[in-house]
Design a protein around this ligand. Structure first.
Ligand code: 3HC
Ligand code: NAI
Length: 723
């Protein structure tokens, strides 16, 4: 785990070797500096090639070391040393050169990349900024606009585009080290002055002020509350107005202030959580990640509505051929047209990357279920109706080959009940995609009581193949994500009953950092979906007469507002009216509706509710603490394996601000006793809202002294684990 060196005639090759991604840990930096010093001094060496082992250049600084204070040379010191070398240094980039990895490559005088390589400065995604000269060297190399775009978005740039931008000098399809050695030999003896980015003058641009202002405005709007994008802009600005060494000082100053916000810690927790959710143990010690997934070559998708069409595209993008089924010719045509138009966009994206349509799988549209008989994995995405799903799974038992996996995209129905009608409950599993399925990264994989470890491993591998983050959860009504949403939305409705307008609640939660407030979200999803399901369960019931004192169902508080809107045909965006109104031509912009104010005032009068305004902090606390409490209940019941799983679900499927780490991490950083205290006092005053009753697990963790979030799992020990 270090850097090694070999000699190829007059070229020294220094290889970073720290599996799996050659992160630039303190020991790697130390040994890189040593090898570089020796190569520089060696009179036989005319040029130096810097590369990485394991098919990767480097993924940058070792994120795990951020919490420790290493006494080794800083990466910028090494970069300055390399850049100052009088012998030409060529970076041979294979796989990835990210973050500190690219910063290291930028300090080399030349860069050669393999066609499959990616480069980027993704520090912003883990809450920091490139802090080894990246914000100062990249704008000098490719200009401010392109550098801003890369640094603020943390975009991974493919080698072809990196060549066009001028980041790499040559792209090769052959052995990267051989190519870099040849390149190095060619440039020996040439002046390096123009190759040192720290002394390169920045390309002047006329509209710099406007460009920076627009970038700040866009980042504030798009990354709502995230500090790192703004710090990145500030650092790039410094590259224009300050000399290089002052720009480096600015980088350091900015990164220090970012650490003080707590956002880097939360985002790095989120980064590792996404990787940890793949490592999981059943109570009986069974581990699906130790069981090989079954390979699958072909897939079937049943139902080409909102979800099915996105699922088809996801599979095609992973080059998996699909058989797509609908119930009648009209729906099949609709589905085909929708898939075709989404595919057109994918073709365009491929073209821009210099790739061809052969990178996509092929799709066959049919009404004949018999076509599924040779398919390896089938995903059902028909209406959310148990009777219909059971009919389909019964049919699949006869049609699908015996080893085919049967997946359902249900958003909350009982997986065991669906599996019970099949001849292979061990091969039935929930694969809960999020809308739009071709874009959203989350996949909730729902395990039934008979689902085998191989089936779980295969479904988790499906997620990976589709480029998604898959989280395994247990089987309970609405699973994890949608279940937790219940108490959160309930609080949002109560707040509106009590005196807020929908836009007040949305505004408070969007300020907290949610991508969308609850009412805009409900309008987008369609209010009718939940209404129909509540009607099926007999929950909507007769309207409570005005003179009835409590707005209750079965003794508990119940807000009928959403049902009342649906009874008036206000289903949300799809009907042009819901909690908001939507005007043509786009029909997508939520506008506060004066009608809603009158409607709510009448409702409050009818139910003798004393109007009391609620401040944004209370709105945030009531909604978010309700979400957190349900998260603890989910953990208590063993429906999620740990807080990280819940956080990954919320960060990737529900627009929770990732820079807060996820609801459970947010609870941890807020202080669990504060959350518990707030829940206790709310529940004391509102005993008809059982979702706000503090959970046993929350109380237990507070009682044992609020250990770190990593230790919560030990408190879960002997609770009722269903996974
Ligand atoms: N530091 C420490 N560990 C890292 C790491 C890093 N920079 N990058 C990846 N890892 C670890 C992962 O945690 C994982 O560990 P595990 O096997 O124990 O779970 C392992 O490497 C493999 O990672 P992935 O599972 O993510 O592998 P993929 O092949 O899917 O992705 C990758 C590879 C694209 C490199 C992805 O890991 C990635 O995006 N890494 C982070 C890159 C990044 O943010 N770099 C900037 C670091 S900060 C920096 O450089 C500061 C500088 O400006 C001074
Ligand atoms: P949808 O109503 O848009 O599409 C359902 C499709 O299934 C329709 O095209 C219909 O023609 C087809 N269909 C019905 N019966 C069929 C049959 N017998 N054979 C073949 N096709 C049939 O529904 P949507 O929204 O796509 O939902 C599908 C599933 O995904 C549901 O279980 C839903 O709960 C779940 N889901 C929905 C999400 C959403 O945001 N819409 C999010 C996540 C899951």
């Amino acid at each position: 785990m270090a850097a090694t060196r070999r000699l190829s005639h007059t070229v020294a090759v220094i290889i970073l070797n720290h599996p799996p991604v050659n992160a630039l840990s303190s020991s790697v930096r130390q040994s890189l500096l040593k090898e570089f010093g020796e190569a520089s001094k060696d009179p036989l060496v005319e040029a130096i090639v810097l590369t990485g082992a394991n098919g990767k250049f480097s993924a940058g600084a070792d994120i795990r070391e951020f919490s420790t204070s290493a006494a080794t040379a800083s990466l910028e010191f090494i970069n300055a040393t390399i850049e100052g070398s009088t012998k030409p240094v060529v970076a041979a980039i294979e796989g990835v050169a990210l973050g500190g990895g690219l910063e290291l490559a930028l300090s080399c005088h030349y860069r050669v990349a393999n066609t499959q390589a990616f480069v980027g400065l993704p520090e912003v995604l883990i809450g920091i900024l490139p802090a080894a000269g990246g914000t100062q060297r990249l704008p000098r190399l490719i200009g401010v606009p392109a550098a801003l775009d890369m640094i603020v978005r943390g975009r991974h740039v493919p080698a072809g585009e990196a060549f066009q931008l001028g980041i790499v000098d040559e792209v090769v399809n052959s052995d990267i080290v051989d190519a870099a050695i040849q390149f190095a030999r060619k440039v020996v003896g040439q002046s390096l002055d123009a190759r040192r980015l720290s002394t390169k003058p920045i390309q002047p641009i006329t509209n710099l002020g406007t460009l920076l202002d627009t970038a700040v405005e866009k980042a504030t709007r798009q990354f709502r509350g995230a500090q790192a994008p703004l710090a990145c802009i500030e650092a790039v600005k410094a590259s224009v107005y300050l000399p290089f060494h002052k720009g480096i000082e600015k980088e350091q100053e900015l990164i220090k202030s970012l650490w003080a916000t707590g956002q880097p810690q939360a985002l790095q927790y989120a980064f590792f959580s996404e990787r940890n959710v793949g490592k999981w143990t059943t109570p009986s010690g069974g581990r699906w990640d130790r069981v090989p997934p079954r390979s699958f070559q072909t897939a079937g998708v049943i139902g080409l509505g909102t979800m099915g069409r996105g699922i088809v595209i996801s599979l095609l993008k992973a080059n998996i051929p699909v058989i797509a089924i609908e119930q009648d010719a009209k729906q099949l045509d609709l589905g085909r047209n929708a898939v075709d138009s989404l595919l057109k966009r994918e073709f365009e994206k491929l073209k821009q990357q210099g790739k061809t349509a052969s990178e996509l799988g092929s799709v066959q549209f049919t009404l004949d279920f018999g076509e599924l008989k040779h398919v390896d994995l089938i995903i059902e995405a028909v209406y959310e109706n148990m009777k219909l799903k059971k009919e389909i799974f019964k049919k699949l038992s006869f049609i699908a080959k015996p080893d085919a996996f049967l997946c359902t995209n249900t958003s909350g129905l009982n997986i065991d009940e669906i599996a019970s009608v099949t001849d292979r409950p061990q091969q039935v599993i929930g694969t809960h995609f999020f809308s739009p399925a071709n874009i959203m990264r989350l996949l909730e994989v729902v395990r039934g009581c008979h689902t085998s470890l191989t089936t779980i491993a295969t479904a988790m591998n499906l997620g990976k193949t589709l480029g998604k983050v898959a989280v395994l959860v247990g089987n309970c009504p609405l699973f994890v994500g949608n279940r937790m949403l219940g108490p959160y939305l309930e609080q949002a409705s109560y707040l509106v009953e009590e005196g807020c307008n929908p836009e007040d609640v949305d505004q408070a939660l969007e300020t907290f950092g949610f991508a969308m407030g609850p009412f805009r979200m409900m309008d987008l999803a369609g209010l009718d979906v939940g209404w129909r399901s509540r009607m099926e369960k007999g929950l909507t019931g007769p309207r409570v007469p005005p003179e009835a004192p409590a707005r209750q169902r079965n003794g508990n508080r119940y807000s009928p507002l959403a049902d009342m809107l649906c009874e008036l045909g206000r289903f949300g965006q799809k009907s042009g009216k819901g909690w908001y109104r939507y005007e043509k031509p786009s029909g997508r912009n939520a506008k506060p509706d004066p009608w809603m104010r009158e409607f709510l005032e009448k409702y409050r009068r009818d139910h003798q509710i004393v109007h009391h305004p609620v401040n944004p902090q209370e709105i945030q606390e009531r909604c978010v603490y309700a979400l957190i409490n349900e998260g603890f209940r989910v953990l208590e019941e063993g429906i999620a394996s740990g807080p990280e799983d819940i956080d990954v679900i919320y960060n990737n499927g529900y627009g929770f601000p990732k820079y807060r780490g996820g609801p459970m991490y947010y609870a941890y950083t807020t202080g669990l006793s504060k959350v518990l205290g707030a829940l206790e006092s709310y529940y004391k005053a509102n005993s008809d809202v059982p979702s706000m009753k503090p959970t046993f697990l929350l109380k237990k963790i507070v009682a044992v002294g609020e250990p770190s979030i990593k230790e919560w799992k030990t408190q879960l020990g002997n609770l009722n684990n269903k996974l």
